[in-house]
Design a protein. Structure first.
Length: 418
């Protein structure tokens, strides 16, 4: 039997689920689960969804490292037992649940990236088995909720746009509830920071500006395999994975439903939502990137689009602010430009190759460079308000952080570039 090259080279584990997939499975939801006491709420949210036309599977990867504490091992076992009992009481042949228990992953690799990879690899295998290579793999989290039309909206989105390789689903963190008030203050700031970053990149003219939230990303199985699958990063796995998919072209925003990620504090990863909440609870503040960094990017991108139609363009032709010119010098922009031009026959090709080089990773590196070397950290609502002013959508100085966030949410929900 011939082994699929993807699994031979990139596969995390051997096949894990013995039960064959139904031939009409169109969506497979993958949930990484680590030390999670309330997985059932996420499963209930999915089970309560309106049923799409296709069959659905949910694969939960309950995982821990081989050196995990006894408390985590015990919690994972408890979660597994409770989830299996819960699933047994809910019978629907077109909506099935599978639980993969991975209690001894290599400590150096164990984490959310590897857990997602195990589940997504398994989902891809199951689509392969039913000869549905463009089946849809949906990423979710073990502490997230969703709107009741979630599954139907995803199915409809991919049916209406058969060429899209993947999408980012609209999300909203809860801004009130049973947690301490400081948590909701923190998540309001942090979500505003996330939305400000994406909208600032769109204002700058970056073509690959999308949210990269692990619980809100969706990809076709064949695209997943073609791009080498999920990485094993212990944090930021979503950002790194999606920035291999987005540049393929045709990536989309799905704004007709909503994912509701948890706002709780967590020390599981070195950055991200849980870490940001913890930092705020400890220090009482969160900061963001300086707007000047995005204006510098805008200057670069504008000149790429206006000068890129010329042949043999030297890097000296670009007149750029000091921060970005310093960064480009470090990145050997001149050499990169020569290589880009040597393979360019048109302005469109030039731009595509340029943004293949100055991609999402480079953008993030530059923004950090500009913050750390030139401009410093900034106050989130101040920068968010300044961006609105530049886009001719000013808000009164008395507007609260929550009101600012609601304005940014409105733009994202409508799928617009503010």
């Amino acid at each position: 039997m011939t082994i699929d090259p993807y699994y031979a080279r990139f596969g995390a584990l051997e096949p894990q689920i013995a039960v064959p997939a139904r031939s009409d499975v169109g969506l497979i939801v993958v949930i990484p689960c680590y030390n999670e006491p309330n997985l059932r709420a996420s499963l209930e949210a999915l089970w309560s969804c309106l049923r799409p036309g296709c069959a659905v599977e949910v694969i939960t990867v309950i995982n821990s490292a081989s050196d995990a504490s006894a408390e985590i091992v015990s919690q994972n076992q408890k979660t597994l037992d409770e989830a299996q009992r819960w699933a047994e009481s809910r019978q629907d042949p077109r909506f099935t649940f599978h639980f993969l228990h991975c209690p001894a992953l290599p400590p150096k690799q164990a984490g959310v990236g590897l857990a997602r990879k195990i589940g997504m690899d398994e989902a891809a295998r199951r689509f392969d088995a039913i000869r549905r290579p463009n089946g849809v793999i949906v990423c979710f989290d073990a502490d997230s909720l969703c709107e009741s039309n979630y599954l139907c909206a995803i199915e409809q989105h991919f049916e209406q746009d058969p060429r899209t390789p993947g999408c980012s689903i609209y999300f909203e963190h809860p801004l009130e509830g049973d947690l301490p008030a400081q948590v909701y203050e923190a998540i309001t700031l942090y979500e505003l920071h996330l939305r400000y970053y994406v909208q600032a990149l769109r204002f700058a003219g970056f073509p690959y500006a999308y949210h990269t939230i692990g619980s809100s990303m969706v990809v076709r199985a064949n695209v997943y395999k073609k791009q080498g699958g999920m990485n094993k990063r212990q944090a930021g796995e979503d950002f790194y994975f999606l920035h291999k998919v987005i540049p393929l072209g045709g990536f989309t925003d799905l704004t007709t439903t909503r994912v509701i990620p948890s706002p709780r504090c967590s020390d599981r990863v070195p950055f991200g939502t849980g870490k940001a909440i913890g930092d705020f609870l400890e220090s009482g503040e969160l900061k963001t990137y300086p707007l000047e960094a995005f204006l510098d990017l805008q200057s670069l991108f504008t000149q790429v689009r206006t000068l890129g139609s010329k042949t043999f363009l030297p890097s000296s032709a670009f007149e750029l602010p000091r921060a970005i010119s310093s960064y480009l010098e470090e990145q050997e922009f001149g050499k990169a430009l020569e290589e880009i031009e040597s393979n360019t026959a048109s302005a469109a090709t030039f731009q595509k190759r340029f943004f293949g080089w100055f991609n999402g990773f480079q953008v993030m590196k530059f923004v950090h460079f500009a913050r750390d070397t030139f401009y410093g950290e900034r106050v989130i609502p101040v920068e968010a308000r300044k961006l609105l002013e530049l886009m001719n959508q000013p808000m009164d100085e008395t507007a609260s952080v929550r009101e600012l966030l609601l304005r940014y949410r409105l733009a994202d929900r409508h799928g617009t570039r503010m």
